[in-house]
Design a protein around this ligand. Sequence first.
Ligand SMILES: [Fe+2]
Length: 293
Amino acid sequence: MAVLRLAVVGDPHGAWDERDAGLLQRLAPDALLVVGDLSDGQQRVPSALRRLPLPVACILGNHDAGRDASGRTLQRQLQCLGELHCGWGLRQLRPPGLAVVGARPGTAGGGFHLSKAVRAVFGPLSLEESAQRITAAAAAAEPALPLVLLAHCGPAGLGSAASDPCGRDWKHPACDWGDQDLALAVRRIQALRPLPLVVFGHMHHQLRRGQGQRRSLCVDRAGTVYLNAASVPRHGLDLAGRQLRHFSWVELDVSDPWRARVLLASQRWYGLDGQLLYEERLHQAQLAGPLPC
Ligand SMILES: [Fe+2]
């Protein structure tokens, strides 16, 4: 069986340093996906991602514009990332053989809203135009490559409870805070080709006001796995004083790239030496049964 191992960084908010880069070299995933909110518009994290010696795809989040409505800070982040950024576009990683399509950059969720910074950089855009851009990027992906969607906020439709993958937890009443353009694009892409995985962040795992932890994975009827990677802060210490670094982790069976499927998805906390110290397994595919006669 051919397996692709993907590490996902969820909402670093500045928590990325040289030890993360060293840890990543030990873990040696086939690719790294970064869901945005790298920092508040500083250039240190995007520059560090650019130097990584492995295939990387990234999308920027709402915090990456800083507090700069002019769009200049957001533009500088885009320049820093260069080809790593795949917002509203297609990034084909070869190796390892993976098509990554980016959703709408700079989103803060809540259905469809363009910030002043996003409008300044990308111009005004309708929900329909945004969905079309995402769908067109997926339609241009090579059929021989498995397809993954990379978004800052996940799609609408994953539930309206505070603890759902994109549920609003900071204000009553709880509601679905997912993006509607992405939901529309997902439906259209699923009509074109199989879509094994959508990864995103923005909606932090730790819920506000003592409401516990967010459900960070769900699967739809088409078999698409939706994974929220936003464990914030992603740097921590355990009770033994050991430093922890969070990655979401996905293993894809790509034996048939057109019908790639998620074998395993988990939230992982590693020690700096690469030891897997804690893991929350979210999804584990059933082993294939006997072939139908
Ligand atoms: Fe965010």
